[in-house]
Design a protein around this ligand. Structure first.
Ligand code: AMP
Length: 580
């Protein structure tokens, strides 16, 4: 049977995994890395690069690259890349296409089916954007799975005979999710999820860059406009320093010039772990509200949580671990690699979809992350007020779920009502998100109070079907939000697929060379004159080798270049950016 893969489509990094009889396994990318940076770029020759090579390119040519686009999935934001306008869905599609190619190389056969994860807090539109991204990449998305649920599945898979209440604490590059999950008798039930779509490790990296700039009397916001190359390079330096501060007490940040280069006069700023802690501490307090909300929704206290599981690269920061320990009064648990656990869980779920023998016993349930309901009018005395939200499915109800509520007409001889469907937590619909609306006609004339049943059915993919029934006549009107909600239309997806086919990409076996070239170009700018000359000659040799297409020459020059870089750029060794 064709393999179904599990994909963690992350803000910063993505990963693909599959289920084996011994459990889930990460599939390595063309560079041998287990994580693929979610960065897309277009190089000088107009060729698309994805992953580590794009992340290198981003340092020297931020204008040719796009990153963090997951934060804008399902919005109207567009990016300009190599003279083309692209959407976050298309960019995610390119990342997925690269992971698909890695899986195909691994299995030596086509891979067209996947389970893809997204933050629990993604709304309907963002989930559909994720499905569209999959389709743009040529994947059938079998299931959209919440990231913390995936992490719990990975743990449940290994742990399934224990009865426990877990709190999954997932702090990634750009999103924070917290979920309360119950494990019992081999079953896994998500009791509640909450989170923030704009909080993560990138904020801490930016904090370092901003504070270093402030030290020189410049604001980050201003520098982003006036010296974008300096900022891009400083962020890269901040990222390396941040990761180093997870292991060591101090790290040095070099400050590039306006062109993003390091001259002999480049200043160096030493940052201590205590300083970093003080800088990010105020931002980190934003984790507390979602934790309180998830616990309240699950009707649990902190003391009732048996284990806290850390997920996401940013949980490697000692401050984060300490904060979690203070909040829960116990050491957080991190048996599985926090960068990989979501992809591993997705692979288990993919096995479940494909009915692989290894997971037959596992029962998985999930929750609706938002309250779903309709707009209603309220009568206060003789006064009719519009725009109130009436919940039909409460936040954190276990899905799949189907609920029905009865509504009635408010005016004499009212023969139609408009059902407007919203998601959100506010009393007034104006503050919630409109998912869709439709008209129900054919209500018999008569006094106010003619009844209409409205049924909401929410499935495991987060797709909502709303059915209205006129009670007197049994007339039904059904509206599937999946098909009608805003998002990419069928035609837009088809167009995106056609556009993608036109994009030039290097063959997969070229990935190592492309990454090496991009990295060497970055390092070149960082070096002092003497070393720069040596690297220049090595790069010339490598490019001539590539030009000659002679495998022996390519291999020889590549080795020389790799050796030089290992001495002059030890922090850039790992193409995944994953420190461990
Ligand atoms: P994820 O979205 O889970 O891949 O997490 C990526 C985030 O984790 C990025 O902001 C990384 O900078 C951060 N990260 C990865 N490794 C470390 C580390 N050793 N120390 C601090 N942050 C890290």
């Amino acid at each position: 049977m064709e393999p179904i893969v599990g994909i963690d489509l992350g803000t910063t990094n993505s990963a693909v995994a599959h289920l084996t009889p011994d459990g889930p396994n990460i599939i390595p990318n063309a560079l041998g890395g287990r994580l693929t940076p979610s960065v897309v770029g277009v190089d000088e020759s107009g060729v698309v690069v994805v992953g580590a090579a794009a992340r290198e390119l981003q340092v020297v040519r931020p204008d040719r690259c796009a990153a963090l686009f997951k934060r804008h999935m399902g919005t109207d934001k567009t990016y300009t890349l190599g003279g083309r306008t692209v959407t976050p869905e298309e960019l995610s599609g390119l990342v997925l296409r690269s992971l698909k190619a890695d899986a195909e190389a691994f299995f030596a056969r086509p891979v067209t089916r996947a389970v893809i994860t997204c933050p629990a807090y993604f709304n309907d539109r963002q989930r559909k954007a994720t499905i569209a991204a999959g389709r743009i990449a040529g994947l059938t998305v079998e299931r959209i799975l919440n990231e913390p649920t995936a992490a719990a599945i990975a743990y449940g898979f290994h742990d399934s005979r224990e009865d426990k209440k877990l709190l999954i604490f997932d702090l990634g590059g750009g999103t924070f999710d917290v979920s309360v999950v119950e494990l019992f008798d081999g079953a896994l039930e998500v009791r509640a999820s909450a989170g923030e779509t704009a909080l993560g490790g990138e904020d801490f990296t930016r904090a370092i860059a901003a504070r270093v700039l402030e030290g020189f009397g410049t604001s980050f916001e201003r520098a982003e406009v006036t010296t974008p190359l300096l900022v891009a390079r400083l962020i890269q330096q901040g990222e390396v320093a941040k990761c180093r501060l997870s292991r060591e007490e101090t790290a040095v940040v070099r400050v590039p010039d306006a062109a993003g280069e390091f001259t002999a006069a480049a200043k160096e700023v030493t940052v201590t772990r205590a300083q970093l802690d003080a800088w990010v501490s105020p931002t980190l307090t934003r984790i507390e509200l979602p934790i309180r909300r998830a616990l309240a929704d699950a009707k649990l206290t902190r003391d009732e949580i048996d284990e806290v599981i850390l997920v996401g690269g940013a949980t490697r920061m000692p401050l984060v671990v300490r904060r979690v320990r203070e909040l829960f009064g116990k050491d957080p648990h991190r048996r599985l690699n926090p960068d990989e656990v979501v992809a591993l869980g997705a692979a288990v779920q993919a096995g479940l979809v494909g009915r692989a023998g290894a997971v037959e016993d596992l029962v998985v349930t999930d929750v609706a992350p938002f309250t779903l309901g309709v707009a209603v009018v309220k009568q206060f005395g003789g006064d009719v007020q519009e725009g109130y939200f009436d919940p039909v499915i409460d936040r954190n109800t276990t899905i799949p779920v189907s609920r029905v509520k009865q509504y009635s007409t408010v005016a004499p001889n009212q023969t139609a009502i408009r059902v407007r469907v919203y998601q959100g937590e506010s009393r007034k619909v104006a503050d919630n998100l409109l998912l869709g609306e439709f008209e129900v006609n054919g209500i018999p004339s008569g006094p106010p109070g003619q009844e209409v049943d409205v049924r909401f059915t929410y499935d495991l993919n987060g797709v909502l079907e709303v059915e209205a029934t006129v009670v007197a006549t049994k007339r039904k009107v059904t509206h599937v939000i999946a098909r009608h909600a805003k998002g990419l239309s069928e035609e837009q997806v088809r167009r995106a697929v056609r556009e993608m086919e036109k994009l030039k990409a290097h063959p997969r076996e070229e990935a190592v060379n492309r990454f090496l070239l991009a990295r060497a170009e970055r390092v070149y700018k960082e070096l002092a004159v003497e070393a720069r000359r040596v690297l220049g000659a090595l790069l010339d040799g490598f490019e001539a080798g590539l030009e000659s297409r002679d495998p022996e020459a390519i291999g020889r020059h590549r080795e020389a270049l790799q050796h030089f870089l290992s001495l002059h750029d030890p922090d850039g060794e790992n193409p995944t950016g994953n420190e461990e």
